[in-house]
Design a protein around this ligand. Structure first.
Ligand code: ADP
Ligand code: GLC
Length: 495
């Protein structure tokens, strides 16, 4: 190793403390791998009400009590608790302010999916609080690694209000986009709450079609940008997938890197997983059949060992392809498959899926809500894993499926292109379709079902090829380190 870096990793959700999606998996695993590589890594996240002090053995940091953080014309107080990610002992700081973060949901009401009305203030407070905490702590990282819109304002604060503060003078910033569809867009009036200088709200600043866009802060002011796959890095520079920010991204094309996510094999490993009915390996797959029977039982589907079982675990949003699922479900079921779905999110999609389930209860069973155990059980028990995403920055579920011998059927977009090869390729490990249509999705599932039924040997080989893939974090963490080194070798980005 060239030299030890000090890295602060900032994210709004981190496994095992709080999770709504893949960001939390990444924020839990990448810092641990960076530490294994010999670097000093600490993590900062909000202290949500859902995070139990007792379960995670969090304690107050006395000298980090009552830190004043300006939010608009008021001063709010932050306190900091500290804990660790168990095995690796990566240090995690939790910024606490009950009024902002005391609720159970991370970004809104967990049941209705309705965003909190003060999300602007919550994350203004968090971003400025991160810098104030660092100062109090007296810990100077070499790099602050920011993730998604909730953390983006740190970049603009550092390059404006804190620009001349010698404490922060040598820090470089990496901003990672996990999903461009969530930019943190708020009414123009929210800008006053940031206390940033008025020139920061310009068209070439945080203004975005008359509104305040948090993500732009990261895109404009970080020293380098990254996103979670190479294909997505290219896609987001086009009008089709750039969600209005394609121009900003194309302008920083030279600084924008695609680094594919890894997965944490200590959590997602069918040989050791304690959450599934029986463990198994590529050499001995008996346990997988048990997992399938257990899953069929749990979902209330007929326990039929030979029917192809399609699994899905997803946030219920259009981006994940649920318009295709709703429109195409009856055609999928017409292929003679069972479908087990776990999903949290949109109440409208839930009703549409419920209506389909009522009509086809022996074949299609959805369960709504967030359930980590069931997510593992579906990965282990299904034969196929379906991800018809409209767009997908990286996607982790297809990587879990590969490991669990559950053959992925994916739409060829973003990170799914980079991680799943169609079986028509010599080394294929899944089924992919390109046009975003019901026809293309049904055709891909139908090819999978045919192989499952008619070519059991080829099916088994494909499964085993997927199970042998190595998507551990080591390689990707090494790429992040190269990128940190790269930004540290140049002067900070001027404001
Ligand atoms: P995204 O981050 O866009 O939701 P990913 O595929 O990267 O998509 O990651 C999703 C992660 O969230 C996976 O770890 C998956 O198991 C988990 N997940 C998604 N929905 C649920 C749910 N309803 N219950 C439990 N886990 C879920
Ligand atoms: C986002 C993306 C997903 C990605 C995850 C972790 O939630 O939607 O594709 O895998 O972040 O980077």
């Amino acid at each position: 190793m060239a030299r030890q870096l000090k890295i602060l990793f900032v994210a709004s959700e981190v496994v095992p403390f709080a999770k709504t999606g893949g960001l939390a998996d990444v924020a839990g695993a990448l810092p641990q791998t960076l530490k294994e590589l010999g670097h000093e890594v600490r993590v900062m996240m909000p202290k949500y009400g859902v995070i139990s002090d007792r379960k995670f053995k969090l304690h107050d940091v006395i000298r980090l009590k009552d830190i004043p953080v300006p939010v608009g014309s008021e001063t709010k107080m932050a306190s900091v608790k500290v804990g660790q990610i168990a095995e690796s002992r990566v240090q995690v700081y939790f910024l606490d302010n009950k009024a902002y973060f005391g609720g159970e949901g991370l970004y809104g009401n967990a049941t209705t999916g309705q965003d909190y009305p003060n999300n602007d203030e919550r994350f203004i407070f968090f971003c400025r609080g991160v810098l104030e905490t660092l100062k109090r702590l007296g810990w100077q990282p070499d790099v602050i690694h920011l993730n998604d819109w909730q953390t983006a304002l740190v970049a603009t604060y550092l390059r404006t209000i804190y620009r001349d503060d010698p404490f922060f003078a040598n820090i470089r910033l990496l901003y990672t986009i996990h999903n461009l569809a969530y930019q943190g867009v708020f009414p123009a009036e929210s800008f006053a709450k940031t206390n940033l200088p008025p020139q920061a709200y310009a068209t070439e600043g945080l203004e975005f079609y008359g509104k305040l866009n948090f993500m732009k802060a990261g895109l404009l002011h970080a020293d380098a940008l990254s996103t979670v796959s190479r294909t997505y890095a290219k896609e987001i520079q086009t009008a089709e997938a750039g969600a209005g920010l394609e121009g900003v991204l194309a302008a920083r094309s030279a600084d924008l890197h695609g680094i594919v996510n890894g997965i944490d094999y200590t959590i997602w490993n069918p040989a050791k997983d304690k959450l599934i009915a029986a463990t198994y390996t590529a050499e001995n797959l008996a346990g997988k059949a048990e997992c399938k029977a257990a899953l069929q039982g749990r979902m209330g589907l007929p326990v039929e060992p030979t029917l192809p079982l399609v699994g899905m675990v997803s946030r219920l949003t259009e981006g994940k392809g649920f318009d295709l699922i709703v429109a195409g479900m009856e055609r999928l079921l017409g292929l003679g498959v069972q479908v087990a779905l776990l999903g949290a999110g949109s109440p409208e999609l839930q009703s549409a899926l419920k209506a389909l389930a009522a009509k086809h209860s022996t074949q299609f069973r959805p369960i709504f809500g967030y359930d980590n155990d069931l997510a593992h059980q579906i990965q282990a028990g299904a034969d196929l894993f379906l991800m018809p995403s409209h767009y997908e920055p990286c996607g982790l579920n297809q990587l879990y499926s590969l490991r669990y011998g559950t053959i992925p059927v994916v739409r060829a977009t973003g990170g799914l292109v980079d991680t799943v090869q169609d079986v028509s390729q010599p080394d294929g490990d899944g089924f992919a379709f390109k046009p975003y249509t019901v026809d293309a999705m049904v055709e891909a599932v139908s090819r999978a079902v045919e192989m499952y039924r008619d070519e059991p040997e080829q099916w088994a080989e494909t499964m085993k090829r997927g199970m042998a893939r190595d998507y551990s974090w080591l390689a990707s963490a090494g790429k992040y380190v190269e990128l940190y080194e790269h930004i540290l070798s140049a002067p900070p980005r001027p404001s």
